[in-house]
Design a protein around this ligand. Sequence first.
Ligand SMILES: NC(=O)C1=CN([C@@H]2O[C@H](COP(=O)(O)OP(=O)(O)OC[C@H]3O[C@@H](n4cnc5c(N)ncnc54)[C@H](OP(=O)(O)O)[C@@H]3O)[C@@H](O)[C@H]2O)C=CC1
Ligand SMILES: CC(=O)C(=O)O
Ligand SMILES: [Mg+2]
Length: 431
Amino acid sequence: MPKDSKLKEEALLYHSSKPEGKIEVIPTKPHSTQKDLALAYSPGVAEPCLAINKNPIDSYKYTGKGNLVAVISNGTAVLGLGNIGPDASKPVMEGKGLLFKIFAGINVFDIEVDEKDPEKFIQVVKAIAPTFGGINLEDIKAPEAFEIERRLKAELRIPVMHDDQHGTAIISAAALLNALEISGKKISEVKIVVSGAGAAAISCTRLYKALGASAENILMCDSKGVIYKGRTDLNEEKLEFAVETSDRTLEDAMKGSDVFMGLSKGNIVSPEMLLSMNSHPIVFAMANPDPEIDYNLAIETRNDVIMATGRSDYPNQVNNVLGFPYIFRGALDVHATDINQEMQLAAVRALAELAKEPVPEDVKQAYNIQDLKFGKDYIIPKPFDKRLITKVSMAVAKAAIESGVSRKAITDWKAYEKELEERLNNTSKNS
Ligand SMILES: NC(=O)C1=CN([C@@H]2O[C@H](COP(=O)(O)OP(=O)(O)OC[C@H]3O[C@@H](n4cnc5c(N)ncnc54)[C@H](OP(=O)(O)O)[C@@H]3O)[C@@H](O)[C@H]2O)C=CC1
Ligand SMILES: CC(=O)C(=O)O
Ligand SMILES: [Mg+2]
């Protein structure tokens, strides 16, 4: 049986083994005696209700709200599978829940909403927001995703982040900075081709520009080809990236480029297109589950490529799993009202720097790799690196405090670091 068919079969078995799915709810307080029930439920439960009624911020003290994130989708852009609907999106949302928990000790309710209309979707999320300490929007297609996130950020006082936009932007930017360093190229000079002009691609490209990429060196393509000045079918976000060019296809755009950022669809880049790029090309084929070009095909086609995909089964996994658990951890711990650009840039720097530090033995063991160090095949930390929680979450919490969006101070950073380590240890013990 081919490797991929075997994996597909195993994935169905993994999900259907008892208990079905990937997450469950576990009580956190004693519940085995009459006294316990009198505290947990009626009559005792009335006391925290009344306290919160008097002082709403006490919901962080008496309930699990402060460590509970909603992963919410309407199923309109599920991975690279497209608009497969809310029911079919649930395995991904449960998966995000699993990752939030194992990597950052954050509880998740996954919520799949049968609503495509942006205004109605916004009203649904606003109505359920009191339950949560934060909202992670997931797999909602562009352009609706932009307005949905903008409105929810403006109208709610808890951190809201569309993971496909900003999680992806943070991780890919950190990996890009490191790949550029390895290839000896400057971000302000490289020619960048972005395949995709959706939620992930637009937001990632905005961040690359904030980090120094030059607008005239960027060519973005959607399903119809290059986004050029004069195209009449462009929405507001795509128009932001329209340039004067005679290139019309992805194939045209890739000629002589230094960087390819794939946030579109699997298997749309051919070996010939890869060969038309400049020396030491950087290729992040991030579409899931199938990258824009297969990892093995790319490295067989040219050995100077710095190659990354969104998948766990190849080197250089550029995937937002490296971001959302730690970004929300830092934001929740200071009761942040937002996840702003300062917090995002702090996460980029922390991730990029961590990749340059020696890799711990347990990470090497988890991936069965003896020799793992900063270089072409290791441009970004591995998801099983236990230092991510301290490095990234602390950087994010600090940036939240310094940029004025926190509502809770951290004064003893050493104690906070220890608390983060303990959270991770407790989560692994329970796994
Ligand atoms: N590795 C990672 O961490 C992440 C990867 N992704 C991946 O990025 C992809 C896009 O996700 P997202 O932005 O949320 O989805 P959206 O639906 O918002 O955007 C999809 C974009 O892909 C474009 N597209 C479709 N087919 C092609 C094609 N043949 N050539 C060029 N562009 C094409 C669409 O073009 P048009 O506008 O014309 O419809 C659209 O602009 C998915 O594959 C997803 O798995 C997303 C987030 C994180
Ligand atoms: C990784 C992810 O969020 C996606 O592919 O949509
Ligand atoms: Mg996603």
